[in-house]
Design a protein around this ligand. Structure first.
Ligand SMILES: Cc1ncc(COP(=O)(O)O)c(C=O)c1O
Length: 411
């Protein structure tokens, strides 16, 4: 038999964070206590009201197919919610329900990118952008971020420099994974003007729009000239602690959403029917519960940032959004004699059980990057384990003999 695999499969990437999960699981099987900071999954329960509404939907017989764009009730409620939070005028025809936020990335690329189109995407960034651009024959052009005294910000000059006549699409992830970066009003306005001037279509990944701890979140889709060229990636996963339910939406102008709906018919037919009734309850009546989720995350963020900043050679800015922290560990690595951040990660994992990703899980470092970073997610670990894990990490980082010993034992 000829094991023929399509040529395009060689261009498909992955989420390497899952391989860190696997390593951590193997160590756990050997009896090691693991402190899971590696995945953006949540150990917070989905609010009861959502579970009850979903159960009721199943008992009421909502177990068959539903329209490919989603049930009109949920599309209408989401149009209202997103319209209000982003200052947009939307109807249900602007909403296409999806099986999570992630499918919006592939469907957007499939519907609006031709082979050889140039697509700008963030690096560090969610790895699926590059994977999907390359898989479908586009030219992936990464843009980076600048570090300042206040944290990370978009490198606007670089974005502008990267645009050529072949550039068709910009992927923008405000409230950014992995850095927790948040663009301010001036940056968003400038970015919007660039998109309009160069006639770019935009995928605005707003997976963390609602995980903002202070101030009012903004969408690039609300800026002049933007709505008609932008698809918003929305997900129920984070705000409502529903990562495993797999429900999200593509939200945008009708001409774009119609194309996404055509892909729905050809792919999943429709998203899980009864889950959509649970999501409707989530939108209608969980204000108190979602505030509680955010309060829980805020406490974790504050504790983790404080403890990380107490470690010699580690420096971190407290992000105002997402549930990720992106500390600079360059000096800690140097003090311990590590050149390779992957080695540093393995040393910490194997000696302390603290499991995290590094900057390299979010793209190949760009020219000029001279600092090393790691990413810790605090969505799946409670306060007690954050304290215990980061205390062990401090002991390991501040003890060069431990690193020496670990290196010797590996040989
Ligand atoms: C930036 C970003 N976009 C999209 C997603 C996908 O979200 P979902 O789990 O709803 O598919 C994630 C998930 O972690 C993410 O971090």
């Amino acid at each position: 038999m000829n094991n023929r695999i399509a040529e395009r499969m060689s261009r498909l990437g992955t989420e390497t964070a899952f391989s860190v999960s696997l390593e951590a699981r193997e160590l756990a099987c050997k009896g090691k206590k693991i402190y899971p900071f590696h995945l953006g999954d949540m150990n917070i329960r989905t609010p009861k009201k959502i579970i009850e509404a979903t159960k009721k939907a199943m008992e009421d017989g909502h177990t068959g197919y539903c329209p490919c764009a989603g049930i009109p009730e949920l599309r209408g409620a989401l149009a209202k919610e997103i319209g209000k939070s982003r200052g947009l005028k939307l109807t249900k025809d602007n909403v296409s329900i999806q099986t999570g936020g992630k499918p919006v990335i592939m469907k957007f690329i499939l519907a609006f990118m031709n082979p050889a189109d140039e697509v700008l995407y963030p690096n560090p960034g969610y790895p699926i952008y590059e994977s999907q651009i390359r898989f479908h024959g586009g030219i992936a052009k990464p843009y980076g971020f600048k570090m300042s005294g206040k944290g990370f910000s978009l490198d606007m000059e670089q974005i502008e420099r990267l645009i050529t006549p072949g550039t068709r699409i910009l992927i923008f992830n405000n409230y950014h994974n992995p850095m927790g970066t948040e663009a301010n009003h001036n940056e968003m306005a400038k970015l919007a003007k660039l998109c309009v001037r160069h006639d770019l279509l935009v995928l605005s990944d707003e997976a963390y729009f609602d995980i903002t701890y202070s101030g009012k979140a903004k969408s690039v889709a609300s800026y002049p000239g933007m709505f008609n060229r932008t698809v918003i990636l929305y997900t129920f996963s984070k705000k409502f602690a529903m990562t495993g339910w797999r429900l999200g939406a593509a939200i945008g102008p009708e001409w774009m959403i119609e194309q996404i709906n055509r892909l729905n018919v050809n792919d999943e037919s429709c998203s899980n029917h009864f889950v959509q009734w649970g999501a409707l309850a989530a939108l209608k009546s969980t204000k108190k519960e979602t505030k509680k989720i955010l309060d829980t995350l805020r406490k974790r963020r504050d504790l983790a940032c404080r403890l990380l900043n107490e470690i010699k050679g580690v420096r971190v800015f407290k992000p105002n959004s997402t549930f990720y922290i992106f500390p600079d560990v360059t000096d800690a690595m140097r003090n311990l004699g590590f050149d390779d951040v992957e080695e540093f990660r393995k040393f910490i994992l194997e000696t302390t059980g603290v499991s995290f990703c590094t900057r390299r899980h979010f793209g190949t470092p760009l020219d000029g990057e001279d600092r090393e970073y790691i990413r810790l997610a605090y969505s799946g670990i409670d306060l007690k384990d954050i304290k215990e894990g980061l205390t062990k990490m401090k002991q390991a980082i501040e003890n060069p003999e431990m690193a020496e010993e670990w290196r010797k034992n590996r040989k």
